[in-house]
Design a protein around this ligand. Structure first.
Ligand code: SER
Length: 388
């Protein structure tokens, strides 16, 4: 089952259960939102979880592209991507958590054909403020799905303040042997679907107050689910990466971790550009700049003649197409190449400046300030050019 089919199956299953599909899914949060990028499916829905009526009603379904820089250092493992898509459903003060979990169980087993014996759930076990989520545990018991209780891992929030609540996460066993242990005890249990009982708001002073309505917010990682359904052990092996796996190694010889980083960051950079962002020294543009420069650092480590101008059009087209972005492939390519030129000039200047006698010995904070303020050379870059 390819990812398009997964998306269709998901959306139709929830449409059949009274959900309306939200369209549009840019990475850019609405004006006034302090966060740089949309980090989860629920993010654009925050005002509606807090009680504002949604124009499409109280049952919603969506496919939301998300970007998480918190996971940047984890890129290269089997489950993390910088830009990924979340299949989401919401009950805005309508049905409750157990029904959401039951539908989730039905879709995974009947809809996607996953063996129920390969499922494990985790549930909020309670802390000194909020009691254990017994309704979720009971539902899982009725369905014969084993449950692990945790505290921090089963509490969802999107920052220090705002809507939050206990959650129940669904894991799928990806090991080659029969399932063993529990989700916190064995990372072959891969989390795919999080159901959050979004009923509280955390205030500035850390206290919790009830939201005006009892919501359910769920998010299912598309690429993780697709990989599992396709019998692959990593998100980089699901069908979305087929053209990348075919074309990138033919262009540049890279070991597996570098290949994953290059594919993840380039694909993410294309999507960010496709949503209208351009490289810059601050904000969203800086995230984009970091993605492109991390790719170039990997590529040039082995061969400084490598360049983004060699990227096949097919990769840009495939990405824009998948994310339903209208931008011209030439505009995306131009943006990447301009950033490559800027980075290359900066590196050249860095090498010249660092060759001066003053910088031959160990560098102190004053040197780093001077290199940054006078020559535009950030500390990381200086260190990469001049490993201590
Ligand atoms: N908010 C939850 C998450 O991001 C479910 O959408 O995992």
């Amino acid at each position: 089952m390819n990812t398009d089919h997964v998306i269709r199956t998901f959306v139709e299953y929830f449409e059949d259960r009274g959900h309306r599909r939200i369209t549009g899914s840019t990475l850019l949060p609405p004006t006034g939102d302090p966060v740089l990028f949309t980090t989860s499916g629920m993010h654009p829905l925050t005002p509606y979880l807090e009680g504002r009526p949604h124009p499409l009603g109280r049952r919603l379904v969506n496919v939301q592209r998300c970007l998480r820089t918190t996971d940047l250092e984890e890129i290269g493992d089997s489950t993390h991507l910088t830009v990924f898509e979340m299949l989401g459903t919401w009950s805005l003060g309508d049905y409750e958590g157990p029904l959401s979990l039951d539908w989730g169980y039905g879709l995974l087993t009947d809809g996607f054909g996953i063996d129920p014996g390969l499922l494990h759930a985790t549930v909020f076990g309670g802390d000194d403020r909020i009691g254990p989520d017994t309704a979720s545990s009971e539902l899982w018991q009725e369905r014969g799905v084993p449950v692990e209780l945790t505290v921090e891992d089963n509490w969802w929030d999107n920052g220090p303040t705002g809507p939050c609540g206990p959650d129940s996460e669904i894991f799928i066993w990806t090991g080659a042997t029969p399932p063993e242990s529990t989700p916190t005890g064995d990372d072959r249990w891969v989390e795919v679907w999080n159901h959050v009982m979004m009923r509280h708001r955390r205030l500035d002073d850390g206290s919790l107050v009830p939201l005006p309505q009892r919501n359910v917010d769920t998010g299912l990682g598309l690429e993780r689910l697709a990989a599992v359904l396709q019998g692959r052990t990593s998100v980089f092996d699901c069908d979305l990466f087929d053209p990348w796996r075919r074309l990138v190694p033919a262009l540049w010889e890279l070991d597996e971790p570098s290949l994953r980083l290059v594919c993840d960051h380039l694909r993410s950079a294309m999507v960010v550009i496709g949503d209208g962002v351009r490289p810059a020294n601050t904000g969203r543009g800086y995230v984009l700049r970091r993605l492109v420069r991390r790719v170039l650092t990997v590529l040039w480590r082995d061969d400084p003649s490598r360049g983004l101008g060699d990227l096949p059009d097919e990769l840009i087209l495939h990405t824009l197409d998948h994310f339903r972005q209208e931008m011209d492939t030439d505009d995306v390519r131009r943006s990447l190449i301009e950033e490559e030129r800027r980075f290359s000039r900066l590196l050249e200047r860095g090498r010249q400046v660092l060759a001066r006698p003053r910088f031959r010995g160990p560098l102190d904070d004053e040197d780093f300030h001077y290199l940054h303020d006078t020559h535009g050379l950030p500390r990381d870059l200086v260190l990469s050019l001049r490993p201590e």
